[in-house]
Design a protein. Structure first.
Length: 107
């Protein structure tokens, strides 16, 4: 199922505090584009009866059932990009542009 890293969870909590949305769930949505890549949408919202609900690193996540397939096994992180910008990223094996992280070698 979907996972939020501790880094991303901390940033979600900060955003909720700054926006006055503490106690609201993080709503996720995803849309497959023609090239097989996925667009992601997120924001704070009240859960609806038909929503799929989960908790990851203390963050309540809700999504409509139609998005579960696209978000299955995805990981949301908060990371520094090559240009130095910090932002939320999605590591999703369902995305055509997904590249798994290099495995660390152990001696």
């Amino acid at each position: 199922m979907f996972e939020i890293t501790e880094n991303a969870a901390e940033q979600v909590r900060n955003a909720a505090e700054q926006g006055g949305t503490e106690g609201m769930a993080l709503r996720l949505a995803a849309r497959m584009k023609e090239d097989g890549s996925i667009d992601y949408l997120m924001g704070f919202d009240e859960a609806k009866e038909e929503d799929i609900r989960l908790v990851s690193n203390g963050i309540e996540v809700v999504m409509e059932p139609q998005y579960v397939t696209l978000l299955d096994e995805a990981v949301m992180d908060y990371a520094q990009l090559d240009d130095g910008e910090l932002r939320f990223i999605f590591l999703n094996p369902n995305d055509a542009n997904y590249q798994p992280a290099a495995k660390k070698r152990t001696k």
